[in-house]
Design a protein around this ligand. Structure first.
Ligand SMILES: [Ca+2]
Ligand SMILES: [Ca+2]
Length: 492
């Protein structure tokens, strides 16, 4: 493997949001055409501390049955509340005060774009509990790097016996031992990669890409009538299109989404039998939608997502953090394991003070595995964001929260280039999250009925303490390896 580039991966989407000196997102009622998300009265998890209580109630229920049950309840709640105000909403659309209404079920509410007048009207509607201003989507334009969809999915070249080598990170996380000794390679799991851009025909990823069987790609029709036209492999919810390509080459020859996906589900490096992904028989689905997390998570759940990897982080979301947390809490009750790298804000030009080194969504307690990492010799790179974090929003009042949760790998990691060759070296917690997603994919492949909170419990029990003794704010509960985690899964 040649090391042609050394890159520091930190995905920072431009927010376009006003930031006030005290680091909170400001919203201005007099601004025209803001996109807002509205909570209606009566969320499924109604109070800030409801999640852990609900988990207690769900004890003993298998994950996939729970998914159905919770989805049904979320949808019923959302329908009931919306029906009560739908005539008023229709009248506001008619009068031009609001437009682009998109209903949600993952929370009880909807997204819409409002005039300054519409903003005030909505806030005072009966049944409206809270209004959040959304981040503006960052939709880059340029030339696509690959096709919008694959006309045929190439047969996977991966099998355990044919694998002749592995990059150090795959070995250090002990994935090959899981394949050969335990016979688990990720089969049957779907891993959503929520990122900034992808190249879908890169061979190690084309072989494991998900296809939505209800959708015919490229015909301009919403064949499965789920509200999204041509959502065949995934969807770009910010651009409202099925185009998931990286529209321009950024960060040298790396494509952020591809790098992350390859660590979870890459098969063999292009032209070789070097195994590069942790769960090479799993599937992956690319999504883009940092400004539309509700839609992206709903889509993932409807397609059967098991893990949901988010290698990005948003600073200064203010009260809007609560919305993200509620969406991911409800999503977790639907059986999805959410994962995000710890961030790269402990040193250098982007350094931030604790407790805001770890940001959204890796700062979310209980339902997002916030993952830091180490390098080949166990060294902690200085950039790796540290906890704790703090929660004191209108809705969530945990105070100080211990983070990060765990450590995997984040330093000088071999990465694929756009052709699928392991030609690059990169560092950053963007890579720590996908290592965790690959491990969780193996665990859920071994035991599909494990709930997300059981997964976390097993990780807590099998992580190896590193850094300062016990939990610490650099490496959390320790270094996670696939072998011990999957083995513990199989004993249950
Ligand atoms: Ca569709
Ligand atoms: Ca279609």
């Amino acid at each position: 493997m040649k090391t042609s580039a050394f890159l520091f991966l930190s995905l920072l989407l431009t927010s376009g949001i006003t930031v006030t000196p005290n680091n909170l997102v400001a919203y201005d009622e007099d601004v025209d055409q803001q996109t807002i998300v509205v909570w209606l009265d009566n969320q499924y998890l109604e109070h800030g501390d409801s999640f852990l209580k609900q988990v207690e109630e769900f004890k003993g229920k298998p994950r996939l049955a729970l998914r159905k049950e919770v989805m049904t309840m979320l949808k019923a709640k959302s329908n009931y509340s919306y029906n009560k105000i739908k005539d008023q909403i229709a009248a506001l659309v008619q009068s031009g005060q609001i437009r682009d209404v998109k209903r949600h079920w993952i929370i009880n509410g909807f997204t819409c774009t409002v005039t300054a007048e519409g903003f005030k009207t909505i806030k005072h509607l009966d049944g409206v509990e809270q209004v959040f201003v959304k981040r503006r989507p960052a939709v880059p334009s340029g030339t696509n790097m690959g096709p919008e969809y694959l006309t045929a999915i190439p047969t996977s070249r991966f099998d355990i016996e044919s694998a002749t080598s592995y990059p150090w990170n795959i070995k250090k996380i002990r994935a090959p031992e899981v394949w050969s000794e335990l016979g688990i390679t990720g089969k049957g799991t779907l891993n959503v990669v929520h990122d900034s851009g992808f190249k879908l025909d890169t061979p190690p990823l084309a072989e494991t890409i998900y296809t939505n069987s209800g959708e015919i790609p490229g015909n301009g029709l919403d064949d499965d009538q789920n509200g999204y036209v041509d959502d065949y492999h995934g969807y770009n919810f910010d651009d409202k299109s099925p185009n998931l390509n990286e529209p321009r080459i950024r960060r040298g020859t790396n494509i952020h989404g591809n790098l992350c996906a390859a660590m979870i589900v890459g098969t063999f490096e292009t032209g070789t039998t070097q195994a590069i992904g942790i769960a090479p028989d799993a599937k992956w689905a690319p999504v883009i939608g940092s400004s539309n997390i509700e839609q992206a998570v709903e889509w993932g759940i409807e397609q059967g997502a098991d893990t949901y990897s988010m290698s990005f982080s948003h600073p200064n979301l203010g009260e809007y953090r609560s919305h993200w947390r509620k969406v991911l809490e409800h999503g977790t009750l639907c059986g999805v394991v959410f994962i995000s790298g710890a961030g790269n804000f402990a040193a250098g030009n982007n350094a931030a003070p604790i407790p805001v080194q770890m940001r959204n969504p890796e700062d979310i307690p209980n339902v997002v595995l916030g993952v830091a990492g180490v390098g080949q010799e166990g060294e902690r790179p200085p950039f790796s964001s540290q906890g704790p974090v703090e929660w004191n929003t209108d809705h969530y009042k945990d105070g100080q929260v211990d983070k990060p949760d765990f450590a995997t790998i984040n330093h000088k990691v071999p990465c694929i280039d756009p052709e699928g060759k392991l030609d690059n070296m990169a560092s950053g917690n963007s890579l720590a999250g996908p290592h965790m997603a690959g491990i969780v994919s193996l665990m859920l492949s071994a035991n599909p009925d494990l709930t997300p909170w059981q997964v976390k419990e097993i990780l807590l029990n099998t992580a190896k303490d590193i850094g300062a003794k016990g939990f610490d704010y650099q490496s959390g509960h320790g270094f996670v390896n696939a072998y011990d985690a999957v083995k513990a899964t199989m004993k249950l």
